[in-house]
Design a protein around this ligand. Structure first.
Ligand SMILES: NC(=O)c1ccc[n+]([C@@H]2O[C@H](COP(=O)([O-])OP(=O)(O)OC[C@H]3O[C@@H](n4cnc5c(N)ncnc54)[C@H](OP(=O)(O)O)[C@@H]3O)[C@@H](O)[C@H]2O)c1
Length: 281
């Protein structure tokens, strides 16, 4: 599996998305736990979750799934609601997440999206729990360039390690300024929803994409995932609860594109040429 440096550690180039897991019956949850274990056993060593997902059910399922695995060998990212972004509520949310996840620390803790709490207050709260050893790093999600620049101006704002935004073949907005800015400021980028989210509802692909995939003898899903991680500067976090899909996603991490293929895909879904409002799911 292709590896990248993520959150200052060697990491798989894909992580495990976990939105909408832990919300079904016993058998569904059992399958979802097996997927997480399968992933950890096959070198996928980042798990992305949030207190929002199933109102804690995703974290609770992950907590059960990771039992018996060496906690030092994989990273867990979780996120807190914007209305929990004060120092007091960050601590409370974090303690609840840690309890559900049955772990002593998070590898990173992200503000899920921007709310009304001043960024300086949120950063202060995050720095406090970092000092206590409850998180290794902190970051943000769904931030645009203006948000990131504002964040960098508040005390300790430059300690932000991660920004997680939507990124897939049809939503390329982050390529214009977010990816270059994060590279310049050594901030890791997590790209969510490589397949357009649950049941691919936010992805309506042009037929030409299917032709490129067919010529490469790969599935369209493999093309989508391999494309997102093509430059080793993105940790993509596909979600799947299906073992065959997981295997296909693992296969995608080995796929490379020729210059011609990339140019063809650029013609179908052009790179952004100006700052645009970022897509959000
Ligand atoms: N920070 C944020 O605001 C934010 C927002 C959205 C998502 N996220 C994170 O990003 C993760 C991924 O995004 P997402 O869950 O929205 O959607 P996604 O990963 O883009 O797509 C998931 C959908 O694709 C299907 N799928 C996965 N692999 C497949 C394959 N190889 N072949 C066919 N179908 C496949 C899944 O079905 P099966 O389960 O049946 O495979 C599911 O319906 C989330 O789980 C969450 O952790 C973060």
């Amino acid at each position: 599996m292709k590896e990248i440096t993520f959150n200052h550690r060697k990491s798989s180039v894909i992580g495990m998305g976990t939105w909408r897991i832990g919300e079904g019956d016993l058998l569904k949850s059992q399958r979802e736990m097996e997927i997480i274990r399968y992933g950890l056993n096959h070198g996928v060593n980042v798990i992305d979750t949030a207190e929002m997902y199933g109102d804690g059910k995703s974290e609770a399922l992950i907590g059960k799934a990771i039992k018996g695995f060496d906690r030092d060998k994989f990273q867990i990212i979780s996120k807190f609601y914007p209305n929990h972004a004060t120092p007091k509520l960050i601590k409370q949310s974090l303690e609840n997440s840690l309890k559900r996840l049955q772990t002593d620390y998070l590898d990173s803790y992200l503000l899920h999206w921007r709310g009304n709490t001043p960024l300086a207050e949120t950063v202060q709260g995050l720095e406090e729990v970092k000092k206590e050893g409850l998180i290794k790093s902190w970051g943000v999600s769904n931030f645009n360039l203006a948000d990131l620049k504002e964040l960098a101006e508040v005390p300790d704002g430059q300690n932000c390690q991660i920004n997680e935004d939507l990124y897939n073949l049809t939503s390329r907005g982050v390529e214009y300024s977010i990816l270059p800015y994060q590279k310049e400021h050594q901030m890791y980028f997590v790209g969510y929803s490589p397949f357009g989210s649950d049941k691919n509802e936010f992805l309506s692909l042009k037929d030409d994409v299917g032709q490129v995939a067919a010529q490469k003898h790969i599935s369209i899903f493999e093309l989508l995932l391999a494309w997102v991680i093509r430059n080793n500067n993105v940790l993509s976090i596909p979600k799947t609860s299906d073992i065959a899909h997981f295997q296909s996603n693992l296969h995608a991490t080995e796929i490379e594109f020729s210059k011609d293929e990339l140019e063809l895909l650029d013609k179908i879904y052009p790179k952004p040429t100006k700052e645009t409002t970022l897509d959000i799911i």
